[in-house]
Design a protein around this ligand. Sequence first.
Ligand code: HEM
Length: 528
Amino acid sequence: MAIYKLLFIDFGRVAEYISQLEVLTCARLAAAAAGVLSVSYVFYSLYLSPYCRIPGRLLYRLSSLPSRLVMLLGQLPDVSEADYYKFGDIFMISPGVVILSNPADCRAVLSTHKFAKSDMYKAFALIDETMFTTHSAELTHVRRRQIGPAFTPGYLNEMEPIILECGIHAIRAKWDKEIAQSATVGSAIVNYGLHFSMVTFDVFGALGYGQRFNALRDNNTKLVDWVNDFNKLAIINMVYDRVLSFPANLLVRRLIQSRDEFVAFGNAAAQYRREQLRRGEIEKPKDLLQVLIDGQDPESKVQMTPTQVTAENISLLVGGTDTTSLTMSWTLHYLMLYPDVYRRATEEVRTAFPRHCTITYAEGKARLPYIDACINEAMRIRAVSGVPLPRVVPEGGATFQGHFLPAGTQIGINVAGANHHQETWTNPRRFMPERFLDNEKAKHNLLTFSSGVRICPGRNLAQYEMTTILANLLKDYDLAVPSDSLFAPGHLDEHGNPVAMPCTHCLTVSPKYPERDCRIIISPALEY
Ligand code: HEM
């Protein structure tokens, strides 16, 4: 029996009654009903919902629109950081979405597969499920066992000649050429943001595809364009998850075509490698592509299919290029804002190494603790992953900061908030690399690479690139901010710290105006 009969509602008579009412009266009734519903919703959200005692901006607690808008405008990193300072360890950013900023809480969530990644990650599974997109603990384990060997120190040492060739050697060649061709004798202005981006793509192109793209030298942006298109498609897929099906796919035809070309390129690179090896034309190279092809889970003995190889390769490329280059950009930016830090970093490297040499990762790690601390401090103060990492509360719910969160609540791990946590970091708004010197606890509290079961598997590769590039550049070049730069040491904020260039966020936290703000004057360091 229909429910309305149970409730003794005769809809025929209701309709007849409504038809007899004047239009104006109907409108008034509708408005009154909408008003009552709205007031009830606000009342429920603020006083009755399970989240009603959790602080947060009023509008954010009532609707998901403000946080979506903030995200669209690229302001999420600033808002996540500012709201941490305003509301503390726990706050709401959207109905049913709670942000955690206490490093211990964040680590507790990230330490277990029980708090699974949210559905948002599915948007990136544009080819196949990958280590990055999967919810499955089992697949995560398998993939980490298959791909993980690429990021061990032993294997990274084997890959280091390529990292140096496509990284620091390529930048040196570029910068020397810029200086030689500059109208100003002995110096040039370059855009480090652009150059760091190009080299990380070149390093990955060589390691993941066995090819030299020479993005930095020849401005070949093929790989960069594919990744940008891939990211755009993933973001649209996040907003509208049927975009890959007819008819919506017609609107993103170009992006789908670009993805298909990218996949075909990846498949062909792997196939070519297999054939070269089968014909005995080459020795087995030591690179990422080879690990992806060979990678076998020691437990299940499972290897990846060709599609999985290509999907994981793209996922590593997407996850590992901008993150690394942007971290280098923020590091250099902060060094320019804090002249004492810059001086100490250059003194350290120029005391430890002769003028004409290339510092390897192992040498840098062993003898350049201050530069290592500068990179860590840049990763803390401006984490390129500084937006909440979404996870879901499991069955049974969970309690954080005295608030019970029911199952299904979405948690955002506020990397920016945790990295500014005032009880964890002294004077968190200030760039102070020395806080990382001889301080394993500080490194443990740094959440920029995430933590726990889904911690960034590529962090060691990123460290190889960042240390070798930054240490060698600080050794070989004198760097200075152009006189027309808006962001210089003397330009202080209300807390007495140099104002950093503004940032924006798409998938990573990047300078908002890189053409304007990432310019730097370079000149060869004097012989010493
Ligand atoms: C400074 C550079 C980097 C930073 C700051 C960084 C940061 C992160 C963070 C925060 C996560 C967790 C994301 C989440 O849970 O939503 C992550 C995951 C990941 N990163 Fe990185 N990353 C960097 C470099 C790299 C590199 C070089 C690679 C590979 C070449 C890489 C590959 C990955 C992959 C595959 C994941 C997914 C892991 C999983 O979900 O199990 N990353 N990274």
